[in-house]
Design a protein around this ligand. Structure first.
Ligand code: PLP
Length: 380
């Protein structure tokens, strides 16, 4: 019997250039991955305001921290691999529209994103998404073996629905819409999303990334979950990292059609969500009233920051998320450097713009005091 070889193995793997001292070639997709740039982290030495990763600025709720004490006595055991209690609580929280079979969970929605792509993308399939958008997309697409098709945002940094639809070909497998869009904060409306769905073939998965959904207060806002009944090709991605304040514990989830969800679960890392994180998510769902009071405060702060910036002469696009976007182009790094010197960590995207998270009131005051000092130079 001869060894069988997979005919689909790309020749490039064999011919990939090896680094010095290296005998095993990386997959070419891996060798050329863009790097995820995390928001700057504070150094121990200096007191700074961290407005670089869209985290929840408030410390964990005492009720959530207290509940986690129990887990600290039992973590010699594996977590529940099926996430039974968490998924049941989540389905109940999401209401009549969602059953447990429609929910796939993972250690952060970044992981769930990868699992979704790994479940559906064949080598060379195209994955369309607006650009600039969430920087995890090009990385996850390449790892899954797909080909990224990036559709530019409009001049006002908004997602262009008709351009997205026009980019669909018979090689398209997935179309990602991030709304509100990270890092620009712009949203598509529910009506626009319905228009897009009408233009997209039913065998293309439309992934709606709602990482910031709890912060949205616009008119005709996207309601991804309401689309599922009539659109089995929609999957909604959400996270506990932002509104729920669990960024450090890593909990995210997808809601979609049960067969798709079964496939996503099948490729998910076993025991991916730790017992501590599962427990934190369950307790957070019970404390949602308290958590969403904080979200309301952050939304009020967002309104205050945007108004303050406009008074200082800045033009920032309307944001429905917990951050604001400065389209500073070539001056982005310079702005971020000056902010850093003033003790404010922000997230620049070289040549494009700067994303600044909404912090607590004192942090936002500090940020507005900084922008006042540079508005004459930067604001247009
Ligand atoms: C922050 C964010 C996420 C959440 O990532 P986690 O892995 O859940 O922390 C997902 N999508 C977008 C667009 C985000 O900005």
């Amino acid at each position: 019997m001869s060894t069988s070889r997979n005919a689909a193995t790309p020749a490039t793997i064999e011919t990939a250039v090896l680094g010095a001292g290296q005998s095993v070639a990386l997959r070419p997709q891996v060798a050329s991955l863009p790097t995820y740039v995390p928001g700057a982290r504070p150094s121990a030495a200096k007191k700074v305001h961290k407005l670089s990763s869209n985290e929840n600025p408030y410390p964990p709720l005492p009720s959530v921290s207290a509940a986690l004490q129990n887990c600290l006595m039992t973590f010699n055991r594996y977590p529940d691999m099926a996430n039974t209690e968490f998924i049941a609580e989540l389905a109940a929280f999401l209401g009549d529209r969602v059953t447990p079979e429609q929910i796939a969970v993972g250690n952060g929605s970044v992981a769930v994103l990868s699992h979704i792509l790994e479940a559906v993308v064949n080598p060379g399939d195209e994955v369309i998404y607006p650009w600039r958008s969430f920087e995890a997309y090009p990385i996850a697409v390449a790892i899954a073996g797909g080909v990224s098709v990036q559709v530019p945002l409009d001049d006002d940094s908004a997602i262009n629905i008709s351009a997205l639809a026009a980019a669909v070909t018979d090689r398209t497998k997935v179309l990602i819409v991030c709304t509100p869009n990270n890092p620009t904060g712009s949203t598509v409306t529910h009506t626009e999303l319905l228009e897009l769905l009408a233009l997209v073939p039913r065998d293309v998965l439309v992934l709606v990334d709602e990482a910031y959904v709890e912060f949205v207060r616009g008119v005709d806002s996207v309601d991804g979950l309401s689309l599922l009944a009539d659109h089995p090709n929609v999957v909604v991605l959400r996270t506990f990292s932002k509104a729920y304040g669990l960024a450090g514990l890593r909990v995210g989830y997808a809601v979609g059609e049960p067969n798709l969800v079964a496939g996503i679960r099948a490729v998910t890392t076993p025991f991916g969500i730790s017992s501590v994180a599962q427990q934190a998510a369950v307790v957070s769902l019970k404390a949602v009233d308290e958590l969403f009071e904080r979200v309301e405060i952050l939304i009020d702060e967002r309104t205050r920051v945007v108004a303050g910036l406009q008074e200082q002469g800045w033009s920032v696009p309307e944001s429905q998320a917990n951050f604001v976007w400065f389209g500073l182009g070539e001056r982005s790094l310079e702005f971020a450097k000056l902010a850093g010197e003033a003790g404010l960590l922000v997230r620049p995207f070289a040549g494009d713009g700067v994303r600044v998270s909404i912090g607590d009131a004192a942090e936002n005051d500090a940020f507005l005091a900084f922008t006042a000092t540079v508005s004459a130079e930067f604001a247009s």
